[in-house]
Design a protein around this ligand. Structure first.
Ligand SMILES: [Fe+2]
Length: 272
């Protein structure tokens, strides 16, 4: 059972919100518009809010779902005595609320519809986000046991310590990943293109803008997705992915904490 939700949008802080918004407009073929809430950067199935802040600041990440799923989630959290704070977002309708995890990361939950992939060129839906933490077990407890995400895959070291966990909020392999790391940071966010050929098209498009790939193309073990990553001007990792596993009831997977787990094809970035 999951919470029947999808990653709806992210809010990023930046010392130069306009430059960051314009980067995401150009690099990811979005529109950027300055509003009272901040820079709203939108494209097909892609929504970011960019506000004044520090570089690589994740102000919040937001999950959208149906009204009935939101009501069930709210009732479940209230029955557990979890502190939920009312909030608003220009992207969510209805009575959205916010939760704060043990690291202080804020996640929002509200009503929004999950978009279809469609068949347009350069399609890529905002799909998952990832957090690095010094307390991976505490974050897993929060998102899995309290909120109700489901675990698809765990990554364990030789001593059996949890090093990474991939959590889903619907049938897609992960909508959230958490990595054990020497300190806490916003690790990355990802757009799912669905089709391997679109990895090629996005890389070609980025090349015309002189934006180089910083990692990949490669293939992740958990999720089995093809990917590459770039940096935005603030140093945030941005991932384009394709063919992310869709879960069909298989049991939770267990992976070794080795470079090959994070990239079958070569170089990997181990957070710890
Ligand atoms: Fe990712």
């Amino acid at each position: 059972m999951t919470i029947n939700a999808h990653l709806d949008h992210l809010a990023l802080g930046s010392p130069d919100p306009e430059a960051l918004a314009k980067f995401y407009a150009k690099a990811l073929r979005n529109e950027a518009q300055l509003t009272e809430a901040g820079w709203m950067v939108t494209g097909p199935e892609r929504k970011l809010l960019i506000c004044e802040g520090y570089a690589k600041e994740l102000k919040h990440f937001a999950y959208g779902m149906s009204e009935s799923s939101l009501a069930s989630l709210r009732a479940k959290l209230q029955s557990q005595g979890v502190k939920i704070e009312p909030t608003t977002s220009p992207y969510l309708v209805g009575d959205a609320f916010m939760l704060t995890d043990p690291d202080g990361n804020r996640s929002l939950y509200g009503v929004s519809e999950k978009a279809n992939f469609g068949d347009g060129p350069y399609r890529a839906r905002l799909q998952h986000t990832a957090l690095a933490t010094t307390e991976v077990d505490a974050l897993i407890h929060f998102y899995r046991d309290i909120i109700g995400f489901s675990v698809s895959d765990n990554v364990l070291d030789d001593e059996g310590n949890m090093r990474a966990c991939f959590l889903r909020s619907d049938e897609e392999h992960h909508a959230l990943a958490v990595f054990q790391a020497p300190r806490c940071w916003f690790d990355h966010h990802c757009y799912e293109a669905g089709d391997w050929n679109l990895i090629r098209d996005w890389a070609d498009h980025l090349s015309t803008l002189d934006i180089e790939l910083k990692w990949g193309p490669g293939r992740h073990g958990p999720g089995n997705n093809l990917f590459f990553m770039i940096h935005d001007p603030d140093g945030n990792w941005v991932e384009i992915s394709a063919e992310l596993e869709v879960m069909n009831g298989r049991p939770v997977g267990e992976w070794q904490h080795t470079p090959k787990t994070l990239n079958y094809w070569g170089q990997a970035f181990l957070r710890s």
